[in-house]
Structures are given as structure tokens and as C-alpha cells.
Design a protein around this ligand. Structure first.
Ligand code: FES
Length: 154
């Protein structure tokens, strides 16, 4: 069930949009900010509030890759897996992260500290390879830089 706070925050968005359905991404972001991810139950509750079907809302959630439909760790690392970053060695970034964290892309560390996810172009191609940790962009990555960065996130 949505909390009163979540419901109020979603309803506060309604006047900014032409119809209820158009609020759906913001609504899922609100729930994700409170809970860390968007469960099936939350999808049903948000869909009901916005007069959509759960399948319709789930389709949006699946398309929009910044909505997490499974529990994630305390910090989410999203490494760019698109063309400029490929050219500049994002496979080394991915392999180094996987080795340091002990998880494959898509996985969460056993202490729930990090979830590692690939993502499409982050719009910083001139500073490739890049990754985002908790929505903060990190550029021109190499192994030493990654090691130092990981220490910042507890
Ligand atoms: S391809 Fe990685 S930021 Fe654009």
C-alpha cells in the first residue's frame, strides 16, 4: 500500500500534467526514492491511483531503465555500455568492477552495498568511459580511479 506521504507527493504532481497517466514515471520515481525500488505491489497501487492497468505501468517501468523493479543495494553503480565507452574501454571498467565487487552486471553484493548495472549512453561521451554511482557521474575511469571511488560509498 502506498504511504500517505507517497500518495501526497504523487498527487502534488498531477496539476503539472495533462492527465493522470502522464504522471506515471514521476510516481514510480517517488516510490523508488522512498523504498529503493518499485515492487509488483507498488506497481498495482500506483496504477490504481493513476487509473492505469498494472501491465501498462509495468511496460513503462520496463522501458525506463532508471526504475528498479528488483531490490537494489545501498548504492547503484551504472556503467555506460554504449559506443563511445566501448571504444574507450568500458569492458575493462565492467571487468574491474565485477572483480572488485564479486558480482556480475545485474547483481548485488552479498552485503547489499552495491548493485552493478549496465546502462545506455550517459551523455558524457567525450569523457568516456563513464559510470554513475547514485546518480553522480564519474568520468575518464581507470582501475585506480574506480578503486578510490568505491571507498567513498559505504
Ligand atoms: S557512450 Fe558512454 S557516455 Fe556516451
Amino acid at each position: 500500500m502506498l504511504t500517505i506521504e507517497e500518495r501526497h507527493e504523487i498527487e502534488a504532481e498531477l496539476p503539472r500534467y495533462p492527465n493522470k497517466k502522464a504522471v506515471c514515471i514521476d510516481a514510480m520515481k517517488i516510490v523508488q526514492r522512498h523504498r529503493g525500488w518499485v515492487s509488483d505491489e507498488s506497481v498495482r497501487d500506483i496504477a490504481e491511483l493513476l487509473e492505469m492497468s498494472p501491465d501498462e505501468l509495468d511496460g513503462v517501468a520496463t522501458f525506463y531503465n532508471l526504475i528498479f523493479r528488483k531490490p537494489v543495494g545501498r548504492h547503484v553503480i551504472m556503467f555506460c555500455d554504449s559506443i563511445s565507452c566501448w571504444i574507450m574501454g568500458c569492458d575493462r571498467v565492467r571487468d574491474h568492477l565485477s572483480q572488485r565487487l564479486g558480482v556480475e552486471p545485474g547483481g548485488t553484493t552479498s552485503d547489499d552495498r552495491f548493485t552493478l548495472l549496465p546502462i545506455v549512453c550517459l551523455g558524457a561521451c567525450d569523457r568516456a568511459p563513464v559510470m554513475m554511482v547514485d546518480w553522480e557521474l564519474h568520468e575518464d575511469l581507470d582501475s585506480q580511479k574506480i578503486d578510490k571511488l568505491l571507498e567513498r560509498y559505504r
